[in-house]
Design a protein around this ligand. Structure first.
Ligand SMILES: Cc1ncc(C[n+]2csc(CCOP(=O)(O)OP(=O)(O)O)c2C)c(N)n1
Length: 281
């Protein structure tokens, strides 16, 4: 039954002429792609209602594999292009597929300002704590002590908690899971897709080749066990001290609210301007 529905998803939504993907064995991006496609299928959305946008990185390859209109743009700039799409055609649903490097390093300013404006898009963020495509440099999300080509003795900088950054900047919906939290992850994607305003679903996602190898976790099962060790559900985290939470990653739903989105505010602004200026329709 599950396999049958997987074939249906594959045949309906993937550009089979683009397969196989460039993802390495054990990479989590395919799982997150599947959650997103299953969510769209369950919501009954039509393919021509949705646009996929990405920047550069392994995760940013995704729009090229799916049978939707999409843009594969420049590193860190996916949200700038997404802003153009959404404001030019507010009826379109915009999904941004991004890496943690793309959104929190080179695209960090686009990220916080798109959220501040409450742009009506859903960001599906693949957090592998590394720059996967370029071979494993540490990303701003890398926890202290993790190794990468740019930190062979262990990262000594403080990491960004990208979900908390999104909450603080004003996102309407934010959740974080690991790719192994299949049910919760899909529920969050469905909620995020239906949410008006900015929504983010962050996934801790295994990158055995660029990240795991440098951190003594060469295979996906080793990374699964590590995620189980470092993740703490939000309900449990509330009872823990900052010292106990050191080196841990909290998972769960962080915010679910309904602030007006950028396109809604822009429509109101246009109406106000027309009234003030006495312009006719
Ligand atoms: C302007 C610019 N700077 C740097 C690069 C090199 N580059 C390509 S992908 C990448 C990082 C990708 O990391 P991330 O966004 O985390 O995605 P992942 O590959 O891990 O999925 C970098 C720095 C680039 N393509 N363009």
């Amino acid at each position: 039954m599950y396999l049958e529905s997987s074939y249906k998803i594959r045949d309906k939504y993937l550009r089979t002429d683009m397969l196989p993907t460039m993802f390495c064995p054990g990479c989590g991006i395919g799982s997150v792609l599947q959650f997103t496609l299953r969510s769209i299928e369950e919501l009954g959305w039509k393919q021509d209602e949705v646009v996929w946008v990405s920047g550069i990185g392994c995760s940013s390859r995704v729009p090229g594999y799916v049978n939707f209109d999409g843009l594969h743009t420049t590193h860190g700039r996916a949200l700038a292009f997404a802003t153009g799409i959404k404001m030019a055609n507010p009826d379109l649903k915009v999904v941004v597929f991004a890496g943690d490097g793309d959104m929190s390093a080179i695209g960090g300013n686009h990220f916080i300002h798109a959220i501040r404006r409450n742009l009506d898009v859903t960001v599906i963020l693949i957090n592998n704590f590394t720059y996967g495509m370029t071979g494993g440099q540490v990303a701003p999300t890398a926890l202290k002590g993790l190794k990468g080509t740019t930190a062979p003795y262990g990262n000594f900088e403080n990491p960004f908690d990208i979900s908390q950054l999104a909450v603080a900047a004003g996102a309407n919906y934010v959740a974080r899971w690991s790719v192994f939290n299949y049910v919760q992850g899909m529920n969050s994607i469905k909620k995020a897709l239906q949410k008006k305003g900015f929504s983010l679903v962050e996934f801790l996602s295994p990158c055995p080749v660029s990240f795991g190898r440098r951190n003594r976790m060469k295979t996906a099962p080793e990374l699964i066990r590590w995620y189980q060790k470092i993740t703490v559900p939000i309900s449990k985290a509330k009872k823990m001290s900052p010292e106990e939470l050191e080196g841990k990653v909290i998972i769960g739903e962080f915010v679910d609210r309904d602030r007006p989105s950028l396109d809604e505010e822009y429509e109101r602004y246009k109406e106000r301007a027309k009234k003030l200026m006495g312009w006719e329709e």
